[in-house]
Design a protein around this ligand. Structure first.
Ligand code: CTP
Ligand code: CA
Length: 224
């Protein structure tokens, strides 16, 4: 028999959350990564679980603890993340909190790159990764009813996030100012701006846990 769903405003709902950085291999021992800790994504997944949702948490190699009560799918690359999200559909909502690498290294294979003795470094050829958010949000069939993206920006935060929302087909964008002076990237606090079709709504600077609760409450309201 199926276990009864956890009670809460999101009982019986399935939400996919992507989180953390991706790692893009250069060779078997080296990779390209970024400074995402995965803390905001883990906090969002936990907040959704607490509201009764069934959560599939697709994460790159992040330092943040994995959210309890979610189904955890560990991946490394952006291409693997897209496959995992695809496999987890259908969903009522999807939250794309991952800091996905924009590029992968073409031809990364089984052999370690070696110095060639002439002092000439190897040239890495970068190729653009699939845009997971855009791929899922612009799908004609099987699109989650609510698609939430993030935008980590250093300049013109609202303008960039508004453009991103439209370009990617997201319903909402949670925008962050990630200039190093804000301490948000890799830190424990966030100062988000929620960009929807209605406009931009700045949220107070608060812990990533409180930001996650606020977002989960909004998602619960939107789905009921
Ligand atoms: N995203 C994604 N797949 C990618 C890149 C980004 O799913 N290959 C998602 C992120 O998880 C986030 C949103 O798209 O929810 C915006 O990511 P961001 O890096 O800000 O957008 P980009 O389109 O990559 O633009 P930029 O050139 O500013 O990095
Ligand atoms: Ca990017």
């Amino acid at each position: 028999a199926l276990a009864p769903p956890t009670p809460g405003p999101l009982a019986g709902r399935h939400v996919i959350v992507t989180s953390g950085p991706t790692h893009e291999p250069i060779d078997p021992v080296r990779y390209i990564a970024n400074r995402s800790s995965g803390r905001q994504g883990s906090a969002i997944a936990s907040a959704l679980v607490r509201r009764g949702a069934r959560v599939t948490f697709v994460t790159g190699p992040a330092e943040a603890p994995r959210p309890e009560g979610a189904t955890i799918v560990e991946i490394e690359t952006a291409r693997e993340m897209l496959e995992a999200v695809d496999a987890a559909l259908p969903a009522d909502a999807a939250v794309f909190a991952a800091a996905v690498a924009d590029w992968y290294v073409e031809g990364a294979g089984a052999s370690k790159l070696k110095k060639d003795g002439t002092g000439t470094p190897p040239g890495l050829v970068l190729r653009e990764n699939p845009d997971i958010l855009r791929t899922i949000a612009t799908r004609s069939e099987g699109r989650p009813g609510l698609v939430v993206g993030f935008a980590a920006e250093t300049d013109d935060v609202v303008a960039n996030a508004t453009a991103k929302r439209l370009r990617k087909g997201a319903d909402w964008i949670v925008a962050n100012d990630v200039r190093p002076s804000t301490g948000i990237m890799g830190g424990t606090e966030n100062a988000a701006i929620l960009v929807t079709a209605e406009g931009a709504e700045p949220w107070p600077r608060m812990s990533k846990d409180a930001t996650a609760d606020a977002l989960a409450d909004r998602i619960a309201r939107a789905l009921t």
